[in-house]
Write a protein that binds this ligand. Structure first.
Ligand code: NAP
Length: 519
């Protein structure tokens, strides 16, 4: 790997200048690469996407784009061993890397299939039958969806360098919109490698995919009303981007997926020994330990009936005690490292703030036993469960520790549980683990306005459940309020979101011909 990580801009691979930002191995602390976009012509990247990528994609039908997407994702799938190796340097176990890499290619394959089956072999989508607007039926309207003449800029978080990129690339490509990827610096080397696989496959028209490793000064100045900015990351960065004149003045489309304090609720019916009790405990431990808790959808707040806090604390602690932490690939390791020591220190600080509202019932913020690595050089942290006796305290509902940290609280009744869920002020995912139909319905109805997705888990759905933390490409991902207010995925909804919807009015004959527009 070259000293400075290469970017793919305007049809060629080139490295930025200067000393760049150092990216260290999450496990050993050794330098992996340096990231700099200094000296790269970002204006040329936008111009290239507009001049080459856009026209080439718009000349293809939805089915042709779906085939190109499938071929590009296949190249990533075939190169996944290399991506797994790189992911281990970011602290990921095989299970963690699978969520990102196989999750990413799987999402792209679902989109390729939806594009082939759900979109026409044409360049426009026509919605609605003839909507009559006059008495005689000689005048009416329909809606038509066309590809904008813009680009899709995706700005991604560090935790899912492959999935985060492919889940945004897939709908943009299908919509005929070229993409510029700006990966997060700590894991940019993984995203860039996946882009290289797609470029080398030759599946995508030149200009339809570029990647800039490093910061993107001035790039938003090039964007306007035909463009789309898809952001995933912290609420602060989302706020800064949302306030950029590209969005506020020139009306570039802006979609944000930010942090959230997702919660899971254990139903009153689920006493120890009931399948739902075990499902809840298992799900919580999985969410705390997969990707070392660095998942935007992870369970940050566990809400249980007030008289069951002790039993849940005990069962979760017992299970967490069996999780071996250490170097990915080392004997028995089930939880790896956080992405870097800076991130670990941030998580420790946030966890301390939550812990100040309660008691740590499992784990130690300052000490962790690890296998196959040095606990201090690597970005390791033990899973930490904080019991908060006063569920109405602010900290657990306000502070996000983006790591293996969850709080455990008791609720009084369904109304109180809903109230606590809503205290997150907008979450990506929530779950209710219960077989009590009345309780489930009250929580779903009460909590839905604050959630992008709700999982109801019980003994019946458990065998096929995809889990609390896994967004599915067929269903929407994104939540209101604190979660960013955006929406991605949701099957073809995400493709439609990249297309321009226009109402066309005219005679039945004119509207009948809309389907062949662009042929
Ligand atoms: P971050 O610091 O906000 O960074 C996110 C992305 O924004 C990175 O690519 C970053 O680049 C870029 N960025 C920062 N400042 C920018 C600017 N002024 N202009 C353009 N780009 C800029 O967040 P993070 O630390 O990577 O991610 C962790 C957060 O993301 C957590 O809060 C988590 O909850 C959230 N998250 C949400 C989801 C979701 O789907 N909703 C998924 C994953 C993570 P650099 O890295 O180069 O600075």
């Amino acid at each position: 790997m070259s000293e400075i990580l290469e970017s793919y801009v305007a049809g060629r691979w080139s490295a930025g200048t200067g000393s760049g930002r150092e990216v260290r191995d999450a496990v050993t602390g050794e330098t992996v690469t340096r990231v700099s976009s200094e000296g790269l012509d970002l204006g040329a990247a936008v111009a290239h996407a507009r001049a080459k990528g856009g026209p080439a994609l718009r000349a293809m039908t939805f089915h042709e784009r779906a085939a190109a997407l499938k071929a590009a994702a296949t190249a990533v799938h075939e190169g996944k061993d290399r991506l797994y190796e790189l992911s281990a340097r970011a602290g990921c176990t095989t299970r963690d890397a699978a969520v990102d890499i196989d999750g990413g290619t799987g999402t792209a394959f679902v989109y390729a299939s939806l594009g082939r089956k759900g979109l026409p072999d044409a360049r426009v989508v026509v919605e609605d039958e003839f909507i009559q607007l006059g008495k005689e039926g000689v005048f009416g309207g329909r809606h038509v969806l066309t590809s904008p003449h813009g680009i899709s800029l995706q700005i991604n978080a560090f935790n899912f360098p492959v999935w985060g990129m492919l889940e945004k690339l897939a709908p943009a490509l299908l919509a005929g919109v070229p993409t510029i990827v700006k990966p997060a610096t700590p894991t940019a080397y993984i995203a860039v490698e996946a882009v290289r696989m797609m470029i080398d496959s030759g599946a995508l028209p030149e200009g339809s995919l570029q990647v800039v490793a490093g910061s993107i000064p001035g790039l938003l100045d090039e964007l306007g009303g035909q463009d789309h900015i898809g952001f995933t990351g912290s609420a602060d960065t989302a706020a800064a981007l949302r306030g950029d004149p590209a969005v506020t003045r020139r009306s570039a489309h802006f979609n944000a997926e930010a942090d959230s304090l997702n919660a899971s609720v254990l139903g009153p019916d689920a006493a120890p020994g009931e399948p739902e009790f075990d499902l809840f405990v298992k799900e919580l431990v999985t969410e705390m330990t997969v990707k070392a808790g660095q998942k935007c959808t992870a369970i940050r707040r566990a809400l249980v009936p007030a008289d069951r806090v002790d039993a849940v604390a005990e069962a979760v602690s017992e299970r967490l005690a069996g999780v071996t932490i250490g170097a990915p690939g080392a004997e028995g390791v089930r939880m790896g490292a956080l992405v870097g020591t800076e991130q670990r220190d941030d998580v420790r600080d946030a966890a301390r703030r939550i812990a100040a509202a309660g008691t740590v019932v499992h784990g130690d913020l300052d000490r962790v036993d690890v296998v196959g690595a040095d606990a201090e050089r690597g970005a390791f942290l033990s899973p930490v469960l904080v019991r908060v006796d006063d569920a109405d305290r602010a900290e657990p509902h306000e502070v996000e520790a983006f790591g293996p940290v969850s709080s455990l609280m008791g609720y009084r009744d369904a109304e109180h549980a809903v109230e606590l869920l809503a205290r997150g002020e907008g979450s990506l995912a929530g779950s209710v683990v219960s077989a009590d139909a009345d309780f489930v319905d009250r929580v779903v109805a009460g909590a839905a306005p604050w959630h992008g997705r709700l999982l109801v888990l019980d003994r019946d759905s458990a065998p096929e459940s995809t889990g609390h933390g896994t967004p599915m490409p067929q269903l929407v991902h994104g939540g209101p309020g604190r979660a960013g207010g955006g929406q991605e995925e949701g099957g073809l909804r995400a493709v439609h979101a990249h297309l321009q919807r226009s109402a066309v009015q005219g005679s039945p004959a004119v509207l009948e011909r809309l389907g062949s527009l662009g042929d």
